[in-house]
Design a protein around this ligand. Structure first.
Ligand code: PLP
Length: 430
């Protein structure tokens, strides 16, 4: 398998783009080697600039739940292109997608479109602060909510840590307002809220953590957040940028039956185009400008192209049985991966919800905590990643990212993946 053209492009990219990539997760820092450059996607496959074909489990980091270039999405985009790209004014389609989002997510009574997930979480937090007239917020270890200043807080181990910035350029004063608690630790939530609850504007959480590999909530965790926020007048924000329309039609809030005050969306709702959204209780959302005093705006918000792609995608995922089929396929894949790992005596376990999943190489025990994820065997992951890549399977180049399956992943693609995995596990086990 030649990577000559990718290597050449990477060398060129390094001369003009910092680190050669436009988003750090695309670099192969976590696995070694150089990133691949792609020229096409088709269904479940990505094709790189050296004409290698890969079964794709990154799916543009989540959005491509229908696979690449789904004809229904392409047609919707083509039809919109005939009518224009952007107007900077209101359209009928944005009303339709807002109505659809409100129907599918009953907790969302009003919704505003933005251009990225980061913008959605940033706006939701400003809104929660404006609504509660409080400054302090709570997030969880290992949860990522975009590159918002106050959310780039180092995940501290143990109970609660006062935030220290995770990135240069983030004023300490911002992150001092951010409290970090351990994900899935119900006791820590109760303890924290008992002493500080009345100062907290909002709790933001990924209801299924997907940025520390894939870690579902333990029973009672989301319920504890709901109860604590209600008792102390804090706003509960579910960051469903990844899980929205990915784990179920109604998002994680439908799967676990816990209702947030605000929800942030992104990834899948744009069908692969840059889009995000935040919405929730009318009483809170009405505080957003121009109806209220919390400022939020965007030149290209509600982009007609992104909305067209999103509406086309929502139409297809709304068809009966879409998510049960997707989930069944994910479970088949992970179950079969587990069998092959066991056959090669490689310690392996996995998590999945709907169309997202995670593989862990340290242990066979159930993974529910950030510390367990961090204890994973990175050597095994690297061997797994590169052997899969060499055998035509593209996984996220990091042990801390979730994997994504699409409706285009059929029996053939699963089999190809399992054949590659057999080789990878043999290599790890030997
Ligand atoms: C990807 C992601 C974001 C950030 O979205 P961008 O579009 O990359 O800004 C925020 N929250 C979660 C949970 C995400 O997975």
């Amino acid at each position: 398998m030649s990577n000559e053209n990718s290597s050449k492009l990477y060398r060129q990219a390094l001369q003009f783009i910092p680190g050669g990539v436009n988003s750090p997760v695309r670099a192969f820092k976590g696995v070694g080697g150089n990133p691949l450059f792609f020229k096409a996607g088709e269904g479940a496959y990505l094709i790189d600039v050296d004409d290698n074909r890969y079964v794709d489990y990154v799916g543009a980091w989540g959005p491509l739940i229908l696979g690449h270039r789904h004809p229904h999405v392409i047609e919707a985009l083509a039809a919109q292109l005939e009518r224009g790209i952007a107007y900077g004014a209101s359209t009928e389609a944005e009303v339709q997608i807002a109505e659809k989002i409100c129907q599918l997510l009953p907790s969302v009574e009003r919704v505003r479109l933005v251009t990225s997930g980061t913008e959605a979480t940033m706006s939701a937090i400003r809104l929660a602060r404006g609504y509660t007239r409080r400054d302090q917020i709570v997030k969880f270890e290992g949860c990522y909510h975009g590159h918002v200043d106050g959310l780039l807080v180092k995940a501290g181990s143990g109970a609660l840590t006062l935030g220290t910035p995770d990135s240069l350029g983030v004023p300490r004063a911002y992150t001092e307002l951010t409290h970090v608690l351990p994900f899935n630790d119900i006791e820590a939530v109760h303890q924290f809220f008992d002493t500080r609850g009345d100062e907290i504007a909002c709790v933001i959480v990924e209801p299924v953590a997907g940025n520390m590999n894939c870690v579902p909530p333990v029973p009672g965790f989301l319920e504890a957040l709901r109860e604590s926020c209600t008792r102390h007048g804090s706003v509960l924000i579910f960051d469903e940028v990844m899980t929205g329309f990915r784990v179920a039609l109604g998002g994680a809030q439908a799967v676990y039956g816990v209702t947030p005050d605000l929800t942030t969306l992104g990834k899948v709702i744009g069908g692969g185009l840059p889009v995000g959204a935040f919405g929730g209780r009318q009483e809170i959302m009405e505080l957003i400008a121009p109806s209220g005093g919390v400022y939020q705006a965007g030149t290209l918000s509600g982009s007609p192209l992104a909305v067209a792609a999103g509406l086309a995608m929502l139409e297809l995922v709304s068809e009966p049985g879409f998510y049960s089929k997707l989930e069944a396929r994910t479970q088949t894949l992970l179950h079969s991966l587990g069998e092959r790992a066991a056959a090669a005596s490689v310690p392996f376990t996995s998590n999945c919800v709907g169309g997202m999943f995670g593989c862990f190489f340290n242990t066979e025990e159930r993974i529910t905590r950030f510390s367990q994820v961090m204890a994973g065997n990175l050597d095994h992951f690297q061997t797994f990643f590169h052997t899969m890549l060499d055998n035509g399977v593209y996984l996220a180049p990091s042990a801390y990212e979730a994997g994504f399956i699409s409706a285009a992943h059929g029996d053939r693609e699963i089999q190809l993946t399992l054949d590659a995995a057999e080789k990878a596990f043999d290599k790890i086990g030997s």
